[in-house]
Write a protein that binds this ligand. Structure first.
Ligand code: SAM
Length: 254
């Protein structure tokens, strides 16, 4: 059984943490956490453990803390905001530990785009509009494969979600239009979803850049482009349709 846990602690609201994550943080001997996106209330759950802010450390230093403490049979928590599997750089950490014979366990968390959808009270897929969600990022220092260019992904007219990209909004807009979205397509930017200072900026591909600039949002935001936002032209779901039979219920229409 492993004593190293990669734990997601949700998007910011300290109540959006799993019971499993909370128990692990409370019991941990060592917690290495991902900087400012981890709320203080969650760090305070760590009563007896030593806290390390990973944003001040390089990969080798983080590895050293995880490895040395795991070797001493300490309970080690590597705490990530949101869900560890979404832009969380966990694989390199887990693989390096495994090379030294230490396996680890991942505990999921509520990722930022789901907290953003909740803040909007929106459904990300709607019958008659789209049944697909594309989660991606705009290219900056981290390269994105050519086949995943925004203009290519935009051709699907799915719900597009962007992490790590709000500062590149003009590029997102340009490429989305090049890919076939109308300028009137709804866009929402959710800044610090679920935190007390959360902001929601709504617009279209035509005006969102200016609106977000006016709000001075340059980081910690999710961009959502989709016709599902505020749509009133969708179809009702089949699941609850009286004409529809499925494994648990027969159609009411003979
Ligand atoms: C390195 S990624 C980590 C994502 C995280 N693992 C998750 O699942 O949410 C950081 C990016 O996540 C997004 N993000 C994280 N927390 C957020 C929040 N509360 N509201 C909006 N965006 C957030 C932003 O796009 C930010 O640039």
């Amino acid at each position: 059984m492993s004593n190293v846990f990669f734990v997601g602690c949700g998007p910011g609201d300290p109540e959006l943490i799993t019971i499993k994550a909370k128990k692990l943080i409370q019991k941990a001997d060592v917690v290495v956490y991902s900087g400012s996106l981890i709320p203080l209330a969650i760090l305070k759950l760590c009563k007896k453990g030593k806290l390390h802010d990973a944003s001040r450390l390089v990969r080798e230093e983080i590895f050293d803390i995880l490895y040395k403490n795991a070797k001493k049979n300490k309970l080690v928590v590597r705490l990530h905001d949101g869900d560890p599997s979404i832009y969380g750089a966990i694989k390199e950490q887990m693989d390096n530990l495994l090379k030294k014979g230490i396996s680890s366990i991942v505990v999921p968390g509520v990722t930022a785009f789901l907290a953003s959808a909740a803040a909007l009270g929106t459904q990300l897929t709607l019958p008659g509009i789209t049944q697909t969600i594309i989660v991606t990022r705009a290219e900056s220092r981290t390269k994105v494969p050519k086949r995943e260019k925004i203009s290519e992904l935009a051709k699907h007219k799915a719900t597009m979600i962007f992490y790590l990209s709000v500062h590149l909004l003009p590029d997102i807009v340009k490429e989305s239009i090049a890919g076939g979205y109308k300028k009137s397509t709804p866009v929402v930017v959710v800044y610090r979803a679920s935190w007390k200072d959360q902001k929601i900026v709504k617009g279209t591909l035509d005006d969102i850049t200016k609106k977000v600039r006016d709000e001075k949002i340059t980081k910690t935001a999710i961009v959502i482009i989709s016709d599902v936002i505020d749509s009133n032209s969708y179809e009702y779901s089949k699941l609850y349709d009286k004409n529809f039979s499925h494994g648990y219920r027969k159609s009411l229409i003979k």
